[in-house]
Design a binder for this molecule. Structure first.
Ligand SMILES: Cc1cc2nc3c(=O)[nH]c(=O)nc-3n(C[C@H](O)[C@H](O)[C@H](O)COP(=O)(O)OP(=O)(O)OC[C@H]3O[C@@H](n4cnc5c(N)ncnc54)[C@H](O)[C@@H]3O)c2cc1C
Length: 266
């Protein structure tokens, strides 16, 4: 049994443009060739949005020359659909089941694959400590003791349940060992708490990610998911500064951070 206090976030997929095919398209359509037609240069995330947005008016080589100005104009005029062409894949570990229960409420533009508690044994499980009870917050150490005891107890109960079901569930009623193992774990997991650690693969488009970060990075969001939203934002601000650069991050007196965008829900 182990405890985790912070998530790990890995940016694992990002957009890639097939430039020779884009060049063929421009040639066929008799519009100015690259680079005149695409102001984003080698910023591929911005280029996907620029190429798709300019498709609407076939305005390659015309209009706003500055890509920052171009993207901000789309954001401010809420031309949100073109931001759906850019997707990122993230692997997130070290988060609680309560966090992912909130996360998967974000439906539009999100895809999820989460570690299964029916297939994966939780006997050596890890638990995620809520930020209010983290070891940095010395003043909550009495409350932390209550949590630690409860988690130890839950973990022991899980192991006892698995052992008891292994002894009592007849093999004859299952088609395979895998089915029987699943039946045991799916029953035993009922004693696992919200703090149980999980791992999730998230793919989401920029429009959806901006909405998620805006809602979950706000002061009224739970501290754990707010921390995750801001970690994701920080990665994306490096990866795609033009698409996430309008979000500001502020420190609060309680030691947490919040974030809010200049361009709300596009
Ligand atoms: C601080 C906070 C507290 C919360 N507390 C609770 C709670 O107590 N109980 C609870 O159940 N939930 C709660 N939620 C979850 C919340 O209600 C949303 O389910 C969640 O934030 C996802 O937001 P969304 O629906 O906008 O996102 P998405 O599902 O990703 O949708 C994005 C946008 O697409 C549009 N859209 C999506 N689906 C539809 C549709 N079917 N019809 C029309 N338009 C659609 C909407 O414009 C929507 O904003 C809370 C959320 C936050 C941030």
């Amino acid at each position: 049994m182990a405890f985790k206090e912070n998530p790990s976030v890995y940016l694992v997929t990002k957009p890639a443009i097939n430039w020779p095919q884009i060049a063929n398209f421009f040639e066929e359509e008799n519009v100015p060739p690259i680079p005149d037609s695409v102001r984003a240069g080698d910023d591929e995330s911005a280029a996907v949005i620029e190429i798709s947005a300019r498709m609407c008016y076939m305005s390659y080589g015309r209009g706003r020359r500055d890509i920052t100005d171009f993207i901000n104009n789309l954001l401010s005029s809420k031309d949100g659909s073109v931001f759906e062409h850019v997707n990122y894949g993230l692997i997130v570990t070290g988060v609680s089941r309560s966090l992912t229960h909130e996360l998967v409420r974000h439906r539009a533009g999100f895809a999820y694959s989460q570690r299964s508690q029916r297939y994966v044994d939780e006997t050596e499980g890890t638990f995620v400590i809520p930020p209010a009870l983290s070891s940095e917050r010395d003043f909550t150490k009495e409350a932390r003791k209550v949590l630690d005891d409860a988690l130890v107890h839950a973990s022991e109960s899980y192991t006892e349940l698995v052992t008891a079901l292994e002894k009592s569930l007849p093999k004859s009623i299952f088609d395979s060992n895998t089915d029987r193992r699943k039946a045991i774990r799916q029953a035993a997991r009922s004693v696992l708490p919200n703090a149980t650690e999980t791992k999730i693969f998230i793919t989401a488009n920029v429009r959806a990610l901006r909405h998620f970060i805006e809602l979950r990075g706000a002061s009224f969001a739970d501290w754990e998911i707010r921390f995750l939203a801001i970690e994701i934002l920080k990665l994306l601000q490096v990866e795609a500064p033009l698409l996430f650069g309008d979000f500001l991050i502020e420190d609060l007196e309680d030691g947490t951070q919040i974030t809010y965008p200049k361009y709300s829900k596009v």
